[in-house]
Design a protein around this ligand. Structure first.
Ligand SMILES: [Zn+2]
Length: 396
């Protein structure tokens, strides 16, 4: 079994060790040492990165009690020098120690127990065994956790014998039997854990709950500690200052300013809709005044270039709203579209007219009802031909 140097000294950044095995594994080499400061992926905490004899360690995992380091090249048996990436490890220890504090704060303030922990690349999460948390409760939990941070309490690693475990006051019963490694945050929390921890709570920095959401019968809490919390705050602060400047308001008036803008946009949309409808009415009246007269009814024939086909369709409906009107309209865009409509007092079948028109032109297709039919899929220049054919068919 590999000796885990990080368990007795989580602040150890460099170490010497002996190579016991170095075997090729896919594109890498799997190296087992007699002792290591590299933390393997476990307990929700990701593995360390770093180097062994200047070669990059890309993965670290446990296998039958040993710790396997995946590296890019081979190593001879014998003495080697290892170095872990300290910035990465410190970040992990801040999030991990912060999680111990936060989990106990949840338990103490709300009775909610932590079911699992995940330390992600950008954010960390814990799942709680409750389906309700109020914003007030969350504030109390955050305040409690940050009080523990600011009191800078010692974090101490101890061993408990199996006999000591039941009466020790652990937050959760341990998952392992025999002697248990526990992490004690003075007069606050006692938890069984094999991970890496800070020496005192102050080093965790601010503990900040970013958001939380219900997932079935549990609640997932996203949180940030230490440098991550500062980076998040800085980013949001910059965004808020930028927005406040563009709205020319103070930071605390931003929500009001955005709500005002939303109301204005909605009112503009309503006005625009009314104006569009008025414009269509006006256009329909103008087209009707220039329409072909056939016996006691009128025919409007027109192709619209570059106009939204839906608008052309609505225009056709406006035209036939009046009695005794047939509208043969086309939209010329990427592809040609046809809209044939007639007033309800006229007898012609527009779907049939569209069918024979497309057949005669030799392209396009569509369908609809006797009073309104629409077609498409014909080249633009054929829209004009189709309208001329349909007009001729209707008037002959
Ligand atoms: Zn831990």
């Amino acid at each position: 079994m590999t000796v885990r140097l990080y368990q007795s000294d989580a602040y150890l950044r460099t170490f010497n060790a002996h190579v016991l095995r170095c075997l090729p594994l896919n594109d890498h080499y799997a190296v087992v040492l007699d002792q290591t400061a590299f933390y393997p992926t476990s307990g929700g905490q990701p593995h360390d990165i770093g180097t062994i004899n200047e070669m990059s360690v890309v993965d670290v995992y446990e296998e039958n009690g040993d710790i396997v380091h995946l590296i890019m090249g081979t190593l001879p048996l014998g003495s080697v020098h290892g170095q872990i990436d300290w910035q990465g490890r410190l970040d992990h220890m801040q999030q991990h120690t912060g999680q111990h504090i936060l989990s106990q704060a949840f338990f103490a303030e709300t009775g909610a127990q932590t079911l699992s922990f995940h330390l992600g690349e950008d954010i960390s999460t814990i799942d709680l065994d409750t389906d309700h948390l109020s914003p007030e409760q969350m504030t109390r939990v955050e305040d409690r956790a940050n009080t523990i941070v600011m009191e800078n309490r010692p974090v101490i690693i101890r061993s408990l014998t199996q006999e000591e475990v039941p009466t020790a006051g652990l937050r959760k019963p341990p998952t392992v039997k025999g002697t248990v490694r526990v992490v004690a945050i003075e007069d606050f929390d006692l938890t069984a854990c094999g991970g890496t921890h800070l020496k005192s709570t102050g080093e965790a920095g601010m503990i900040f709950v970013r958001r939380w959401e219900r997932q079935r019968k549990k609640i997932r809490v996203e949180f940030l500690c230490g440098w991550r919390a500062l980076r998040d705050f800085r980013q949001k602060n910059n965004a808020i200052l930028h927005l406040a400047q563009s709205f020319s308001v103070g930071e605390w008036e931003l929500i009001e300013a955005v709500e005002r803008l939303q109301a204005e946009v909605q009112s503009c949309h309503r006005s625009l809709k009314t104006l569009k409808e008025q414009a269509l009415d006006h256009e329909a009246r103008s087209l009707l005044s220039e329409a072909h007269h056939q016996d006691h009814w009128k025919i409007v024939v027109k192709a619209f270039e570059g106009r939204n086909p839906e608008e052309v369709r609505i225009l056709s409906l406006r035209l036939v709203h009046e009695e005794g009107v047939v509208a043969l309209l086309g939209a010329v865009n990427e592809m040609g579209r046809l809209f044939f409509a007639r007033s309800s007092d006229l007898p012609m079948d527009m779907a049939e007219l569209l069918r024979v028109t497309c057949e005669a032109i030799g392209s396009g297709g569509g369908g609809g009802r006797a009073n309104l039919a629409q077609g498409g899929g014909l080249p633009n220049q054929e829209v004009y031909e189709a309208l001329a054919f349909a007009l001729q068919k209707l008037t002959s």
